[in-house]
Design a protein around this ligand. Structure first.
Ligand code: NDP
Length: 529
């Protein structure tokens, strides 16, 4: 198992990554480490193939995506098992949280991209009366580079690949070095579905391969990962004046108000904190409970947590699998140790899982009480199966605590009064705020996903996400070419007087004041004939 540390998954001698099952330490397979030259070649191939692909109709592109969807559906079990083996999560969860959302996303963008990207007429006010019109048309960007993390090795990249392809782009994807085989599986599915040769490639490798993709001449980078790497990618992209979307970390708060359905909220907290072993950017990382219901809520949370079955993801009935890597497990252990050293109380869990699972990277699902915002566990992303509970007295205090973070990805408010929930939601600094729900909206293809503050820049999914993958082009047409524009040369005294009139009247945006300028306009036109 010791061989699974990040340093040792790659061997320079063979230039390949060895992928291990984090639950057992068994080798799952190997993948090549693409060099910078290979990455550049993949980008060049995608660019060459993109011209023809971008010229296809949406329907033709959609047919390829729907064929890929059929393959995914036919091979659901095998794909879920591969995800479970490489990422450590239960097979059932791989199906629920990775495959179901992507199957839905594939049908949605295959069928709806044309409508979502249809050209738009812009109301240009009084310029319209002068025989002009404006439209926005959406063009493919060219080649999109996608860099994705290990925690949802299928759902995150597949969603972005589908959207980028439907928008008419070529794509080069760099999956995490912890999950390269899932990345190669994605490439294989799309290849068999009939994506043109070279249009979409997967370059496996480590951080250097990701950096090479940013340096290659792609037209945009869609990056999902940590804040630290996201900043490096952002700086490298800025050096090239290349746009990028950064989907980064979270420290997502859950607010349980005194009128919440305690049973529903407790179940949601347990799923939201422990699904995927807590390794989701939108995991519940901080839970604030009104002091009046806190005793009952925390007792129920502990009870539900202790009922969870932790096991290798490939074993039937497992609720919580292994963590992805030793490094991630060490971060979680360090956060819990720090919290306990500063007075936190462990209500359940609190250590690496012993017994038969000790050979894998398992950490017990953990509930903490007596935490405060001076502790690392309430400030930094833990990204593990830990649920810290804190109480509050008033709504204002709850909002202040929720917003006391450098992150702003998602949040949730729990109350039986949805009007109150929506009002509070609008006061929370997060890209998505759910009322009586947690974690799952990344799975809704129609809704935008992205963070505020250091949780990132830009959006993925929904129309907002699709617009990140196209260039909006403004087409402006003048249908009246008989007369030169009033503002063209020469700037005679009469012209200057008219311009002053335009400043006073035309810029009101109303037709009536502008019409008072008609005599002056006529004189100006006559002057120029
Ligand atoms: P990392 O930032 O470590 O890695 C993300 C990706 O970037 C990986 O493919 C990685 O490759 C690659 N990479 C590493 N160094 C560079 C570099 N210098 N230039 C370009 N690419 C590079 O994140 P993790 O994989 O550890 O993922 C966990 C993080 O992702 C958490 O913070 C989580 O919150 C965040 N996340 C955010 C989501 C969102 O939608 N906002 C969704 C899911 C996760 P390699 O792995 O080979 O090093």
């Amino acid at each position: 198992m010791a061989t699974q540390t990040l340093d040792r998954t790659t061997t320079d001698a063979t230039r390949e990554i060895i992928s291990y099952d984090p639950a057992t330490g068994a080798e799952v397979g190997r993948a090549p480490i693409a060099s910078a030259a290979e990455v550049a070649r993949a980008v060049a191939r995608a660019r060459e193939a993109q011209a023809a692909w971008g010229a296809l109709s949406f329907r033709a592109r959609g047919r390829v995506v729907l064929r890929a969807r059929e393959l995914v559906l036919a091979e659901l079990e095998e794909i879920a098992k591969l995800i479970a083996r490489e990422a450590g999560k239960p097979v059932a969860e791989a199906i629920a949280m990775e495959l179901v959302p992507t199957l839905d996303l594939m049908q949605f963008f295959a069928r709806r991209t044309q409508r979502l990207l249809r050209p738009e007429k812009i109301d240009i006010g009084q310029y319209g009366l002068m025989g002009r019109s404006s439209r926005i048309v959406y063009r493919p960007l060219g080649v999109v580079g996608i860099i994705s993390p290990w925690n949802f090795p299928w759902a995150i990249p597949v969603g972005e690949v589908v959207m980028a392809l439907m928008a008419g782009n070529g794509v080069v994807l760099k999956p995490s070095e912890l999950t390269p085989l899932v990345g190669l599986e994605i490439a294989d599915v799309f290849k068999r579905a009939g994506v043109p040769e070279g249009l979409f490639s997967v370059v496996t490798g480590d951080g250097a391969t990701g950096a090479a993709l940013v340096e290659a001449s792609v037209d945009k980078i869609m990056f999902t990962g940590s804040v630290a790497t996201g900043k490096r990618v952002g700086v490298a992209a800025a050096e090239r004046l290349m746009p990028c979307v950064l989907e980064l970390g979270g420290k997502d708060p859950m607010l349980v108000l005194e009128d919440a359905d305690v049973e529903a909220a407790a179940r949601a907290a347990v799923w939201g904190a422990f699904a995927n072993s807590g390794q989701a950017c939108a995991s519940v990382e901080r839970c604030y409970v009104h002091e009046r219901i806190a005793p009952g809520f925390s007792a129920r949370v502990v009870e539900l947590t202790q009922q969870l079955k932790q096991d290798a993801g490939t074993h039937a009935g497992a609720d919580i699998g292994a963590m992805s890597s030793e490094r991630q497990l060490q971060i979680v252990a360090a956060h819990v140790e720090d919290a306990v050293a500063h007075g936190a109380r462990v209500l359940t869990g609190g250590q690496r899982t012993a017994g038969a699972l000790a050979k894998g990277w398992f950490y017990e699902p953990t509930v903490l009480a007596n935490v405060n915002h001076a502790m690392t566990i309430m400030r930094e992303e833990t990204f593990g199966p830990v649920l810290p509970l804190m109480t509050f007295k008033t709504e204002d205090e709850a909002i202040r605590l929720a917003n006391d973070s450098i992150f702003g990805l998602t949040a949730s408010v729990w109350t039986r009064d949805t009007g109150r929930g929506k009002a509070l939601a609008e006061q929370i600094e997060a890209g998505t705020v759910m009322v009586n729900e947690v974690l799952y909206t990344h799975g809704i293809a129609q809704t935008p996903w992205g963070g505020m503050k250091q949780s990132g820049l830009g959006r993925t999914h929904g129309r907002a996400g699709l617009l990140e993958l196209v260039a909006a082009q403004h087409i402006h047409v003048n249908r009246i070419t008989l007369l030169p524009d009033l503002w063209w040369f020469n700037y005679t005294a009469r012209a200057a007087a008219l311009f002053r009139g335009l400043a006073r009247r035309f810029t009101t945006g109303s037709v009536w004041p502008t019409s008072l300028l008609l005599p002056q306009m006529l004189r100006r036109w006559r002057e120029r004939r």
